[in-house]
Design a protein around this ligand. Structure first.
Ligand SMILES: NC(=O)c1ccc[n+]([C@@H]2O[C@H](COP(=O)([O-])OP(=O)(O)OC[C@H]3O[C@@H](n4cnc5c(N)ncnc54)[C@H](O)[C@@H]3O)[C@@H](O)[C@H]2O)c1
Length: 353
């Protein structure tokens, strides 16, 4: 960190999320784009045109050796999350890494050890935790407005939204760690889990499936799932149903998003006092036999990437844990891996006792 408190950022991986994080950092006082890095010349040039970083690199090891970089934002393909995060921590840099945190549990446990031993901040990117409806809903649940939450439903279902990534890495298990579940299931699962206060997962029963190869060009290497369905039981009794798909023949008037076709993104938590649904943000109660809908007061829409970056920056400056911390990253990876394990074994996987 410079003597005037400015935090120098290094951005590694300059696709859409990398650019969003850079815009978020640029909007906050006391930050500078010290360096950027990508293998792709076009992406390096587009980044340089918008942010004029002090240095531009092709190899992330070179960026990590740059003393002007205090904190690294990693938006690389999944198979590089662990190695780049560990290398950054070993170079003494704080890290904000894209989701999924890593590709398996042992990798994130290594990250946890390294960050803890070195006293560095590690956060994983979950910008949805920072959007205004999530902030309002989280406060409401924490205040006990739902009573005891006993069931939750997490849905992320696209009609046609199989991502490819540079070189097709999303579709290859060795490079992605999995398909729809690790890619967008992590968003759906985390939305419920975070709202419920991150309870300890107890057991997972799941099935992942692949049915939409026919929507891809012939010959595409494709060894990951395009759908996943899980039941997760938590300490305290909450049960979560998780439904995730990159491609499905959707049934009802789900809105269209810009490239995925129709996309359902929904989060519902049932409590003994009230039920909460995020889309649209509403609290549901009963007055006798009549359903009562109370829209959530969410306040003005904020830029979730910016609020997330402000939280990360605050953590770097003060040494306090970020909202999306490394212990939670370990639990998330345990749940995701148990989903794949349960599917392969055809049985429930216990995570405790
Ligand atoms: N938070 C979100 O909403 C969100 C959205 C999309 C993607 N993501 C995550 O962000 C990450 C990147 O996804 P993407 O869609 O930008 O993928 P992408 O394939 O479009 O971009 C990855 C970039 O990394 C670069 N790269 C690859 N290897 C490199 C290396 N060794 N050194 C330097 N640069 C290298 C590539 O050239 C490419 O520009 C993934 O982990 C993905 O899961 C998150």
């Amino acid at each position: 960190m410079k003597t005037n408190g400015t935090v120098g950022f290094g951005f590694v991986g300059l696709g859409w999320p990398g650019m969003m994080h850079a815009r978020a950092a640029a909007a906050l006082p006391g930050t500078c784009a010290a360096a950027s890095c990508d293998l792709g010349a076009e992406r390096r040039a587009a980044f340089a045109a918008e942010f004029s970083p002090d240095h531009t690199y092709e190899e992330y090891d070179d960026l990590l050796a740059d003393p002007a970089v205090d904190a690294v934002v990693i938006s690389l393909p999944n198979f590089l999350h662990a190695s780049a995060t560990l290398a950054a921590l070993r170079a003494g840099k704080h890290v904000l890494c894209e989701k999924p945190p890593t590709m398996n549990v042992s990798e994130i446990e290594a990250v946890q050890r390294e960050a803890t031993e070195r006293g560095l901040i590690y956060a994983f990117s979950r910008q949805s935790r920072f959007c205004s409806k999530m902030l309002a809903a989280r406060k409401l649940v924490a205040e006990g407005a739902l009573g005891t939450v006993y069931f939750a439903r997490a849905e992320r279902v696209r009609s046609r939204g199989i991502p490819v990534g540079v070189g097709g890495w999303f579709l290859e298990k060795a490079k992605s760690g999995g398909g729809a579940m690790i890619d967008i299931g992590v968003h759906a699962l985390d939305a419920v889990w975070y709202l419920a206060g991150c309870p300890r997962p107890v057991a997972v029963s799941a099935q992942v499936t692949q049915h939409f190869r026919h929507t891809l060009p012939e010959g595409t290497k494709y060894d990951v799932e395009d759908g996943g369905y899980a039941t997760i039981r938590f300490e305290g009794g909450m049960v979560m149903h998780l439904e995730v798909s990159w491609a499905a023949n959707v049934t009802h008037a789900i809105p269209k998003s810009h490239w995925t076709g129709h996309e359902l993104e929904d989060t519902t938590l049932y409590g003994d006092r009230a039920t909460l649904r995020l889309n649209p943000p509403t609290l549901y109660t009963m007055d006798g036999m009549e359903r009562v809908e109370t829209p959530l007061a969410t306040g003005p829409e904020t830029n979730a990437f910016e609020t997330q970056m402000a939280n990360f920056l605050g953590a770097v400056r003060t040494g306090t844990p970020p909202v999306s911390n490394v212990g939670q990253a370990v639990s998330l990876m345990k749940m995701l891996m148990a989903i794949y394990e349960s599917s392969a074994a055809g049985q429930e996987i216990r995570l405790v006792g």
